[in-house]
Design a binder for this molecule. Structure first.
Ligand SMILES: [Zn+2]
Length: 454
């Protein structure tokens, strides 16, 4: 994104903002809308007196029907339940990194060390950013989102993706998912640059927050002595540790939406070769095309036949797919996330309006239509992403694509109703739990958006 010059007036406002908590008050009535964004994770929404499709969000405090295990955590798991409390979050960690059946990182570490690392990464999602958190209610970039991506990447691996990566690389990817948005401010990179935020000065314009998350993660690995090479280790283990760290760093950096197109092109270019290798290795004619859950269950793995660069590319692609997987989840989750992310975008728009800046795309709560934003994001970003995923990882990709198309029809229906009634789409805001990382408070009326107004 081009760096925008602030007027001297605005610069004055902004400078004051970083040091004056009274910089501005972000009022946020319960309206929202959706976007189609190039540079931020995105979806769309609109909240004002309006219409709603269904009884979409559970009021009850849902709990697990059974505790999480490596086997039952999957693409359709409910992230709000998994992330409800610190204990439930730790249960997910220990299920996935079960020493007997779960993911395993290279090098020596024990349960306590892994848990300490997990909690330190988690703490990074609760850090407030001076000059931002006073004014913006971060609802989307919370620890609940991080844990959602952890479980989604796990589901994607188990449903085919694991065949392309070795055991350590799969484990690294799960860890990368956990940390991919650590320290995220809840505003876009472009916003930080446009207002000359000190973070922009420190980290530069390229993948600003992704670079910061990756560096923080590597620092925490060193601090906890996880994935750290030591004297006396065999060279193969040292190499494995170095490769694992590279996967974590690269995968996080590739979550920058600004790199979406570049990544799509690289993966599409590698697809033919990768699938040819997979088909060569399959025994007994268990299928053609993208990797399946059956491939994983029968132990098919082609990691050793792919070069390191290709494996990093695929790992990063999987994390990117997981990161923007909300539109391909069950409708209830798809819509709940849509409301949450749009409200975060609108908070940024509110600040931009107060600063006298041009509002970023999809950040104007006064005019953005949730349904149209969702449809745009789905049409121009998600559909082609999932079509490519399906070619590579058939089971996870086809399931996700099916869900996405069903959700897309929901949004079309809603858009039609909006057009016919002249009223915007109204939904209930149901943010993550406090322990799940949401630091805000609901405003009056926000939790009571009427349903079924059509
Ligand atoms: Zn993310």
């Amino acid at each position: 994104m081009p760096r925008k010059k602030l007027s001297s007036l605005n610069q004055k406002k902004v400078r004051r903002a970083w040091f004056n908590p009274d910089w501005m008050v972000v009022s946020s009535p319960c309206r929202s809308s959706f976007w189609m964004i190039p540079a931020i994770h995105g979806l769309l929404i609109v909240l004002t007196p309006a219409c709603t499709e269904s009884d979409l969000i559970k009021d009850d405090n849902s709990t697990w029907s059974s505790p999480p295990t490596f086997e039952n955590l999957a693409l359709d798991s409910d992230p709000f339940v998994n992330a409800e409390t610190k204990d439930s979050q730790l249960a997910v960690l220990h299920a996935l990194f079960d020493p007997k059946t779960g993911y395993r990182l290279p090098g020596t570490y024990d349960k306590a060390k892994l848990e300490a690392l997990f909690l330190d990464i988690r703490a990074g999602y609760f850090v407030k950013t001076e000059g931002i958190d006073e004014h913006i209610r971060r609802e989307y970039h919370t620890f609940t989102h991080a844990l959602d991506i952890v479980v989604t990447i796990h589901g994607l691996l188990r449903e085919g993706g694991a065949v392309f990566l070795n055991e350590h690389e799969q484990s690294a990817l799960v860890l990368a998912a956990l940390a991919h948005d650590v320290l995220h401010c809840g505003v876009s990179n472009a916003f930080l640059i446009n207002v000359n935020h000190p973070l922009a000065t420190k980290w530069g314009a390229k993948s600003l927050q992704e670079r910061r998350s990756a560096d923080h993660t590597l620092m925490l690995l060193d601090k906890h002595k996880v994935l750290v090479a030591k004297d006396g280790m065999e060279d193969s283990l040292k190499n494995s540790i170095a490769d694992t760290r590279t996967i974590i760093e690269e995968a996080i950096l590739w979550t920058d939406m600004a790199r979406h197109k570049e990544q799509m092109e690289k993966v599409a270019a590698a697809l033919g070769k990768v699938i040819a290798v997979l088909e060569q290795v399959r025994k007994g004619g268990i299928g053609k095309g993208g990797a399946t859950v059956e491939d994983v269950r029968t132990g098919v793995n082609v990691a050793s036949l792919l070069d390191k660069e290709t494996r990093i590319l695929l790992a990063a692609f999987f994390l990117h797919c997981a990161d923007i997987s909300n539109p391909s989840k069950d409708w209830v989750l798809c819509e709940r996330w849509a409301v949450i992310v749009m409200n975060e975008f609108f908070s940024q728009g509110d600040v931009e309006r107060k600063l006298g800046h041009k509002l970023s795309m999809n950040c104007d709560r006064e005019s953005v239509s949730v349904s149209k934003c969702q449809l745009g994001f789905g049409t121009y970003v998600i559909r082609s992403l999932l079509q490519l995923l399906e070619k590579l990882v058939y089971t996870a990709g086809s399931k996700s694509l099916e869900n996405f198309e069903a959700n897309h029809k929901h949004w079309e229906k809603i858009a039609k109703k909006e057009a016919e009634s002249g009223k915007p789409y109204l939904m209930k805001l149901n943010p993550p739990s406090k322990e799940g990382g949401w630091l805000g408070e609901l405003r009056e009326g926000e939790d009571r958006v009427p349903n079924s107004r059509h």
